[in-house]
Design a protein around this ligand. Sequence first.
Ligand code: AMP
Ligand code: MG
Length: 355
Amino acid sequence: MKNLREPLIFGAVIVVLAIVAAISLWKRPDASFQVLEHRPQAVMGTATRLLVVPPPGDVPRGEATLSSAERELRRVEALMSVRLDISEISRLNQAAAGDFVPLSTDSVAVLMAARQAHDATHGAFDVTLGPLIKLWREGAVNGVEPAAERLQAARDSSKWSLLQIRDDGAVKAGDGLQVDLGGIAKGYAIDRGIAAMRNLGMRGGVVDVGGDVRAFGTFDGERGWPVDILDPFSPDGRLGRFSLRDKAVCTSGDYARTIKIRGAKFSHIIDPRSLRPAAFVPSVSVIADTAMEADAWATAMSVLGPEEGFALLPPELDALMVVGTEGDYRVLATEGFARYLTERPAHLEVIERAP
Ligand code: AMP
Ligand code: MG
């Protein structure tokens, strides 16, 4: 944990959004605003950055808050990661049909939000794709695309109609049902981290997990937190910048997480309609009140593409989508997203939304 002194450079971390690294060097009208930073290691498999603005002069409380926010991230990861065999969600995946699996209020809340997102996105966001996600990951390791029959069998054995969620747990109606919360749990964890910062009396704060960011308050008493939109085609460049205050922004489709089979690149996001990796949307960022909602919608919009994605996006959410290829791309944004921009990307087109 340290007080920010020097500008920090983003290394090889390829994220599509990044909270501006040198925030502490920005001129502040009120010197009592002090930004403390902590970069916990090995959380959620990506680069994590926590920032807080403690009450004037109260650095110890700021540091205690950073630790507390880190604990929240680790707690959510331990509950929901499918990479940990002993997580609650892994236990649900291993359970036999008909057995009641007790779950924390956190896991129940995320599963319920995931089901709502499934309905709101007309099925594009689907955490019950667990077995399909596994098949495509194996395919990447073996260099062979999974056979169509295996994909269909995986779909038939794992779908929302086979999962019943209760207040304190869940029951599967088929042994093969497996959920993967990779498209939403990170957002939930970020929300818990922010809740910890608010509860401990911070004047402002940021939780940034691999470029998925939620911020509250300000860093200088006036301005929102500056966030860079990184160029999906060149991780060192940025397309633009916007200001985030009391909102979350999550991004999907980053190049870092594509899977490769015999040299061909695929998205790590599965399209539930084709049972294949989603057609490549280079990046989509969604702004919402909570990171959980932004996270789910960013994943869903990668599946839906620009036309359906913007049409289904609820009016209170905003999005910016990069479509096309390196030499020939367009940046589509809702009017609301364009209003947050302090530095507009070239090729920006504002989307008309139905009233
Ligand atoms: P994100 O980076 O938030 O877009 O999440 C991507 C992750 O979500 C993948 O690595 C999978 O674990 C999971 N996932 C893949 N496809 C879907 C989908 N259609 N709906 C929900 N989660 C998905
Ligand atoms: Mg997501």
